[in-house]
Design a protein around this ligand. Structure first.
Ligand code: GDP
Ligand code: MG
Length: 741
């Protein structure tokens, strides 16, 4: 049976919108399917490009029938045979027609079919009538008032009661905010127009009635003088009887439909009929609720109405803006998350493992995601309340930028760490390669090349994060920090390089000292103070100037080493202070090396051997260097005593490092010099204490210069004498033996 179907009064199953979408059900509950419906109908994305129209009128005056014909909707209508109310609550449907009578209709016309009121049972329905009128006025651009021709002029008729309600409700809205309640169009559709009375006459009668009603309502303070035209425009149409003049009805309805297109005002007629061009849908009727917020807005409005709260549209619009902006913000963040979350996770994972990863293309990805996110938000949210929008925009920006900041800082930290590591590894490797290749490398050059390279890579990475016009992505200080750290690392590497150089030079000093000092000691083996002929131009060495010669050789070697060290250290940009410390260390280490070499030379076996050689040289050879053949007549004892005494004088000489010139030890303190100011912790660690130089070590310079202790000296004298005695006895024997032969 037509007009009586199961879906009436029920919410349609999701996605089943055969009869449109029920916005308010008969229990006065708001139906949340509205948003789904708007999305299904592709109205949700239309922004402001939609129109909302409501129909009002008594029950069973053919309202649903009219809408279905005008807009191709399928609102349920009362069956011809069963006279009972069909439309329950408020239904909404999108216009299904694109054109009417050949004229394109406006985009996205949404029509609300409102449950009719019945004058005969007014007491019961007045509450809903009032509420639905308020709802329609708060949301709709056009109110279609459906009225029988024969009701026109019946001032006490049911429709007039409805209009009175509409006017009162409208004033109530105006009271709250005079600016935010736009004008509405009251469009009268006169049904079953017989044609005897022309529309213009009916129109006049209606306007008179409306004015009468307007004057009869009690107006709030301050609005007593207001006129109906201040709030409403009026439109009129008449339609013939649908059943009796079916074809004519269809035609007229099509003509009426053609008026549902956008238009604009060209003047204002005194009779209250708006003078417009184009269709009846003027921009000023629009409630300026973005389509994607319509569901939330209408829900809020209905909630206020049902709970008998004062309808405060500006507040509602702000609340809507907050709600929608938050929602849009969440939506755009979903897309942002999709791109950014994996990167954030990667970074967090790495940092958990103590690693630093530089995410590839982070700058581009991030700035694109950011831009897309803000753009999407702007497109949708900027349609809402300006103040709320800009506040929510800032919130979103700070949320997004907060996350990007963390990400970028992590990225820069990673690039920083990786850069520093790469730099110090590259320098070390180049130095190692240079050492392998024979040491021909320029440390300063390696450092400056690598620094340039690393700094460029870092800067490029940091620059790639810059977002145009975004102040906080300007990372100048991070670049400076990076360079400063490279300098610090360089200086550490240079210190290592200085140490390596020092080690090389020390080794060289040791080896030179080994040869040269060894040579000087070897000369002791010759009783004539030197082996072989003296070098040209040089005085033959004497035993007494042993220490002078050693000091001279020592200072000569050290001075050469100092030059080598200083030249090389300066070549890699070592500071004066670093060179100074290096030289000071070098002198100390050299002295220690000399001391060790001397120690080695005077070790028991070594020195005894040398004394014996010295003695034998004097004893066994004559002054001309010819070996003696002992004869019994020779004064063996005399020669022996002389040679022995002569060699014995070497022992006190050897015991102490003393120069001939002033019969004093060399100026070791002066030679090593005052500890330079640049000495740092660690510089001294590997330095052996030197008596007299390091006063607190408890060893005096005197002790430092003592080569043989008193005990050792005496021991040496005894041992030497024994050795000499052995040589003497042997000589004696050979003299006698020579006799017997
Ligand atoms: P609603 O309650 O106002 O929505 O009215 P309906 O559209 O359900 O129609 C109520 C009854 O009026 C139905 O039986 C229709 O057939 C009938 N009807 C529809 N249009 C017209 C019309 O133009 N003139 C007359 N007299 N009856 C109509
Ligand atoms: Mg109906």
């Amino acid at each position: 049976m037509n007009g009586h179907f199961s879906a009436v009064g029920d919410q349609p199953a999701n996605g089943n919108y055969d009869h449109g979408c029920q916005v308010i059900d008969e229990e006065k509950e708001f139906n949340r399917n509205l948003n789904d419906y708007l999305q299904t109908m592709h109205v949700a994305e239309a922004g402001f490009n939609y129109h909302l129209i409501s129909v009002f009128g008594s029950q069973s005056t053919g309202k649903s029938t009219l809408l279905n014909h005008l807009f191709g909707t399928t609102f349920s209508v009362m069956s011809e045979t069963e006279r009972r109310q069909t439309t329950k609550g408020i239904w909404l449907s999108k216009n299904k027609r694109e054109t009417s009578a050949g004229t394109p209709m406006a985009d996205n016309i949404l029509v609300m079919d409102v449950e009719g009121t019945d004058g005969r049972e007014r007491g019961e329905d007045q509450d809903f009538e009032r509420k639905s009128a308020l709802f329609a006025l708060a949301t709709s651009e056009v109110l279609l008032i459906n009225i029988w021709e024969h009701q026109v002029g019946l001032y006490q008729g049911a429709n007039m009661g409805l209009l009175k309600t509409v006017f009162e409700v409208n004033l109530q809205l105006f009271l709250k905010d005079k600016n935010s309640t736009p004008r509405s169009l009251l469009f009268f559709v006169i049904r079953d127009h017989i044609g005897v009375t022309p529309l213009s006459a009916l129109q006049n009668t209606l306007i008179q009635d409306l004015t009468k009603i307007w004057s009869s309502i009690s107006k709030p303070e301050g609005l007593e003088q207001s006129r109906i035209e201040d709030y409403f425009d009026f439109g009129f149409a008449a339609l013939p009887h649908k059943i009796l003049q079916g074809e004519k009805f269809e035609n007229e309805v099509a003509q009426l439909g053609a008026r549902f297109t956008t238009g604009h005002r060209v003047g204002k007629a005194d009779d209250g009929v708006a003078e417009t061009e184009g269709g009846i849908l003027l921009p000023e009727y629009h409630r300026r609720i973005p389509a994607d917020g319509l569901s939330v807005y209408t829900e809020g409005i209905w909630d206020q109405i049902v709970n008998n709260k004062d309808l405060d549209l500006p507040t509602q619009q702000e609340l809507l803006a907050q709600f929608r902006c938050d929602e849009i913000s969440r939506e755009v963040l979903v897309a942002f998350d999709l791109l950014l979350t994996p990167l954030e996770e990667q970074q967090a994972q790495a940092s958990k493992l103590g690693k630093a990863i530089v995410l590839p293309d982070l700058g581009t990805t991030a700035s694109q995601a950011r831009e897309k996110c803000f753009r999407a938000f702007e497109v949708q949210a900027s349609r809402y309340h300006k103040g709320v929008y800009s506040r929510k925009k800032q919130e979103l920006e700070s949320k997004v930028d907060g996350r990007l900041k963390t990400l970028f800082q992590g990225q820069i930290a990673a690039a920083h760490k990786a850069g520093v590591t790469a730099f110090s590894e590259a320098v070390s490797n180049k130095v190692k390669a240079g050492q392998k290749a024979g040491g021909a490398y320029e440390f300063a050059e390696i450092v400056s090349n690598e620094k340039k390279k690393t700094t460029e890579i870092f800067k490029a990475e940091v620059d790639s994060l810059a977002i145009e016009g975004v102040e906080w992505t300007n990372f100048v200080s991070q670049n400076q920090l990076f360079e400063a750290e490279l300098d610090e690392v360089s200086s550490k590497l240079r210190k290592d390089e200085i140490r390596r150089l020092a080690t090389r030079v020390e080794r060289w000093v040791k080896s030179r000292l080994g040869d040269a000092v060894g040579l000087e000691f070897n000369k002791l083996g010759s009783g004539r103070g030197g082996s072989g002929a003296p070098e040209e131009g040089q005085k033959p060495a004497t035993e007494k100037d042993l220490w002078d010669r050693i000091w001279k050789v020592f200072t000569g070697i050290v001075s050469e080493a100092e030059t080598r060290f200083a030249d090389r250290a300066k070549s890699f940009d070592a500071s004066d202070s670093e060179v100074e410390v290096g030289l000071w260390r070098l002198r100390r280490k050299s002295w220690t090396a000399l001391r060790e070499k001397i120690e080695e030379e005077v070790m028991e076996g070594n020195i005894l051997l040398k004394l014996r050689e010295n003695f034998e040289d004097k004893f066994r050879y004559d002054d001309a260097g010819v070996p003696r053949i002992w004869r019994p007549t020779d004064d063996i004892e005399g020669i022996y005593t002389k040679a022995r005494e002569s060699t014995l004088t070497l022992i006190p000489l050897l015991s102490k490092f003393k120069l001939l010139a002033n019969n004093a030890s060399p100026d070791l303190i002066g030679f090593i010099g005052v500890q330079p100011a640049g000495v740092e912790a660690g510089d001294e660690e590997d330095l052996a204490p030197i008596g007299g130089v390091d006063e607190e070590e408890g060893k005096s310079l005197e002790e430092e210069m003592t080569v043989l202790s008193e005990n050792k000296r005496q021991d040496l004298v005894v041992r030497f004498k024994k050795t000499a005695d052995g040589v003497y006895v042997e000589a004696k024997r050979s003299a006698i033996g020579g006799m017997t032969q």
